[in-house]
Design a protein around this ligand. Structure first.
Ligand SMILES: [Zn+2]
Length: 256
């Protein structure tokens, strides 16, 4: 029992560029493992502590091919730094630089195009608080109208406005985005937003009458989430187990 307690309470160090590279690589490999990738598209980014720069995937690799050394270091003007020569995805730069540059409270942004996430993004109702996965996001999710592929830097202020203080953003007609104060928190939110989207689309596809929890129960449950399970605590609690999972199922993920 004490061993378990020690494992779950250990602080995860993500303080150096190399530690950010390793943990952001884990995000990509986990997204691939859980079927949340989209060939070479979509992106996750993480701030490099103490620098005006962040890491993002090189454009052209599938998530299962990414290693710590292949991640691209890029500044907020779009300049690729250091040893990196790989190009980044232009739309990825627009979305991620816009959020990370002006939100020092956030260190990680994750964006997906999953089947369930894109389907959810097409619904006028958005995320419905009809299951426990979704209720965690009650009053913590924003919506951003579709403007085409995000190549224009002037979309940044509208992404900011729509994200506001939420932990997740539905990119309408496009996909999902989550943010976190650290890498495990952003992944935690994305994993559970994806589960919420999958369940909702399954429920709607059933065509059966939906049992909706009373609004008061939804609100009190959402408060339970923000007090008892609020990331980064929840993200950090599960993160070491996810890294152990990768060591077992995807042994090359730590790179050279
Ligand atoms: Zn996208």
């Amino acid at each position: 029992m004490n061993v378990v307690k020690d494992v779950v309470s250990r602080k995860i160090a993500i303080d150096t560029e190399q530690e950010v590279r390793l943990n952001l690589t884990a995000v990509y490999r986990l997204l691939s493992h859980f079927g949340m990738d989209d060939l070479i598209f979509t992106h996750a980014s993480a701030r490099i502590p103490g620098e005006d720069a962040f890491l993002i995937n090189p454009f052209g690799l599938m998530f299962r091919e990414i290693t710590p050394e292949t991640l691209v270091k890029i500044d907020y003007e779009g300049r690729i730094l250091g040893r990196d020569t790989n190009p980044a995805n232009a739309a990825g730069f627009v979305i991620h630089s816009a959020i990370l540059k002006d939100r020092p409270d956030l260190d990680c942004v994750i964006h997906t195009h999953t089947r369930a996430g894109v389907a959810l993004s097409c619904l006028a109702d958005g995320l419905m608080p009809i299951n426990q996965f979704a209720i965690e996001f009650y009053d913590r999710i924003g919506y951003h109208d579709y403007e085409g592929i995000a190549f224009n830097l002037d979309e940044g202020p509208r992404l900011h406005r729509d994200l506001a203080q939420n932990v997740a953003l539905v990119l309408r007609n496009h996909g999902l985005l989550t943010v976190g104060a650290n890498i495990p928190a952003a992944f935690y939110f994305m994993y559970y937003l994806e589960q919420a989207a999958r369940v909702q689309m399954d429920v709607l596809a059933s065509g059966r009458k939906i049992v909706e929890p009373p609004l008061e129960v939804v609100k009190s449950t959402a408060r339970q989430y923000t007090s008892a399970f609020n990331p980064p605590a929840a993200g950090h609690r599960m993160w070491p187990s996810l890294l152990r999972l990768l060591d077992q199922v995807d042994p090359g993920w730590r790179g050279a």
